[in-house]
Ligand binder design. Structure first.
Ligand code: NAD
Length: 250
């Protein structure tokens, strides 16, 4: 049996890197895909050094030609494409009256156009195999978050994309689901703290206080759920968005 292959975007660091590591541990060969090619290569090297199979690929998920090339290279080098994890993301937070068109477009392009382009490129191979799983990354911010009109719109859009692709691709044996993380300790949330002028650990502690499970999340918390949604254990689960937020929005 050939090794199953996963294509994980934004995988050089944070949640994406933890997901790539978890999928390697699950037995996948993993394409570590990121805007930063050196960081992608470094993360892939770490996985390979630990005995896994991984390649690092530089790719801007918002650019059609780059996405097509990265998917083609993955299939050529790793042999197939069984799982796609659309995880790449950026923040450009601002209140509406201060939000530039660039900040709006960048966030919508990376999250939503990126997920569309990667899903469209990946599904060709999955349809041929009559098997596959796509896991998208939404957020609790999809429910609305002050200062994140662009990000909330993109993350809510991801949920509509997830349900629609589940309908279209289900007949071909392809499942499409999303995770919606709450506060996860990564460079993204550290950058938010810096922008707010507060210490990253203080922001984590304050968030933990108002979270039912009394802690913030780790990248591994998300990776574990992505692993489940990508696995055959979730073989009858499609079109769902699973909130992974310690109960924060209950
Ligand atoms: N950290 C959180 O609290 C949190 C909460 C909810 C959702 N999320 C989502 O989870 C995902 C990962 O977040 P993270 O906290 O690990 O962020 P992060 O900033 O630590 O990592 C994001 C990665 O995406 C890459 N990236 C950015 N733009 C890209 C592009 N155009 N093409 C390819 N790669 C690109 C970056 O280089 C980086 O390696 C994002 O979609 C984010 O919106 C995070």
């Amino acid at each position: 049996m050939t090794q199953r292959t996963a294509f994980v975007t934004g995988a050089a660091r944070g949640i994406g890197a933890a997901t790539a590591a978890r999928l390697v541990a699950d037995g996948f060969a993993v394409a570590v895909v990121d805007l930063d090619p050196d960081a992608a290569a470094a993360t892939a090297d770490t996985l390979t050094a630990a005995g896994g199979t991984a390649i690092g690929l530089g790719c801007d998920v918002a650019e059609e030609a780059q996405v097509e090339a990265a998917v083609a290279r993955t299939v050529a080098e790793l042999g197939s494409l069984d799982v796609l994890v659309n995880n790449a993301g950026v923040l450009r937070d601002n209140l509406l009256f201060k939000m530039s068109v660039d900040d709006w477009d960048t966030v919508l392009a990376v999250h939503l156009r990126g997920a569309f382009l990667c899903s469209r490129a990946a599904q060709r191979h999955m349809v041929d195999n009559r098997h596959g799983a796509i896991v998208n990354t939404s957020s609790v911010s999809a429910l609305g978050n002050r200062g994140q009109a662009n990000y909330a719109a993109a993350k809510a859009g991801i949920q509509g994309l997830t349900r629609t692709l589940a309908m279209e691709l289900g007949p071909f044996g392809i499942r499409v689901n999303a995770v919606a993380p709450g506060f996860i300790a990564t460079e993204m949330t550290a950058a938010t703290a810096a922008r707010m002028g507060v210490d990253a650990e203080d922001l984590q502690a304050k968030t933990a206080e108002i979270t039912p499970l009394r802690r913030v999340g780790t990248p591994a918390d998300i990776a574990g759920v992505v692993s489940f949604l990508a696995s055959d254990d979730a073989g009858f689960v499609t079109g769902q968005t699973l909130y992974v937020d310690g109960g924060r929005r209950l």
